[in-house]
Ligand binder design. Structure first.
Ligand code: NAD
Length: 338
């Protein structure tokens, strides 16, 4: 059955990978991409799709009800994959307000519009950070307590709970996914892996928080996209599904691995004051997603990381334009309606 799907935040890191993934995996689907083009939204992430008639980019805000109504109606949207968010923990510590505005209120506006238009499925893309921090052992399941530590994770928790409430109260068909740290192509170089790669390529210091012993579970972005599609097609309404890569790594070991892959010295590492409230360890138990969705990550972390590092090495123009701010010129054109 052909489907018209709305991806919000489709010009960001995961969203742009998801747009490509859906167009490739579902040849009869139309993918409408609603993105406000904040600093994290980059039309150059979608290079090569200019002539793809099944992809429609709409420059707009999830909180703009008139805009969302128009998109849902004009494109007869069947399902929504909601990724648009403020996503960077450090920025949420510097300025939490926009995180509440976009992640909590924005999600509520979108849910309301989806309810009014009878959207058949709403997938809320969320994070393992809603569960807080783990000790040295154990893993988060879908029933782990919600104990977010940062304004970012607190705002995502609020959005998840609103989405689930729209299911329980209004019967909107909602599925929530919670995944671990993603890595891959087109990730904004403020996040750990691209930041380290780009700094190393420029022989600049690689800042590592605290003692570098924080543990993250890494998920290749394409495995995440597969999980989102399966959640859309096979998830049970009102359920939460964890998606984890099963690749726990200490930050310091990860950074050393990147330096080794690039043939750069470990002396570039610089330990910096830890992030306030920094969660120590995340790990995901994805058994439910494997069992109910038939989901399984296909990328080994070593191969996925090597491929990702190679991509940044081979695409200096992409990240140089991000670092210089030149990528914003395409944003300006989009704002003018070109
Ligand atoms: P990103 O910051 O790279 O992209 C976010 C996108 O949302 C941008 O294109 C931005 O322009 C857009 N956006 C922001 N506010 C908007 C608004 N009001 N209206 C419309 N568009 C808006 O983020 P990402 O890393 O691709 O993350 C995507 C989603 O996945 C987020 O919901 C995030 O919480 C979740 N997530 C990310 C990770 C990760 O490792 N990156 C892990 C778990 C969950």
């Amino acid at each position: 059955m052909s489907t018209n799907v709305l991806v919000t935040g489709g010009c960001g890191f995961i969203g742009s990978n998801l747009v490509r993934y859906l167009l490739r995996e579902r040849p009869d689907w139309k993918v409408v991409n609603l993105d406000r083009l904040t600093y994290a939204g980059n039309l150059e992430n979608l290079a090569g799709l200019e002539d793809e008639s099944r992809h429609v980019f709409v420059h707009g805000d999830i909180s703009d009800r008139a805009c969302v109504d128009r998109v849902l109606r004009e494109h007869a949207i069947d399902a929504v994959l909601h990724l648009a968010a403020e996503s960077h923990v450090d920025r949420s510590i510097e300025g939490p307000a926009v995180f509440v505005t976009t992640n909590v209120l924005g999600t509520q506006h979108l849910l309301e519009a989806c309810r009014a238009h009878g959207v058949r499925r709403f997938v809320q893309c969320s994070t393992d950070e809603v569960y807080g921090s783990l000790g040295p052992s154990g893993a988060f399941t879908e029933t782990s307590p919600l104990q977010p530590s940062s304004p970012y994770s607190a705002s995502k928790t609020g959005a998840d709970l609103l989405a689930l409430a729209y299911h329980h109260t209004y019967g909107l068909d909602v599925v929530v996914t919670r995944c671990s740290n993603n890595y891959g192509r087109y990730q904004f170089p403020e996040k750990l892996i691209p930041r380290m790669v780009v700094n190393a390529l420029r022989d600049q210091r690689l800042p590592v928080y605290g003692d570098g012993q924080h543990v993250r579970d890494w998920l290749h972005v394409e495995d995440h996209c597969q999980g989102l599609l399966l959640a859309l097609e096979r998830g049970r309404a009102g359920q939460v599904y964890n998606l984890g890569g099963g690749a726990e790594r200490k930050n310091l070991d990860l950074v050393k691995g990147i330096l080794a892959a690039l043939g750069k010295p470990e002396s570039l590492i610089e330990f910096v004051t830890d992030r306030p409230g920094h969660d120590r360890r995340y790990a995901i138990d994805a058994a439910k997603s494997r069992r109910e969705l038939g989901w399984a990550p296909t990328h080994s972390f070593e191969e996925g990381l090597a491929d990702t590092v190679r991509w940044y090495v081979e695409h200096p123009v992409w990240w140089e334009r991000v670092l210089s701010g030149a990528y914003r010129s395409t944003v300006t054109l989009a704002r003018r309606g070109h």
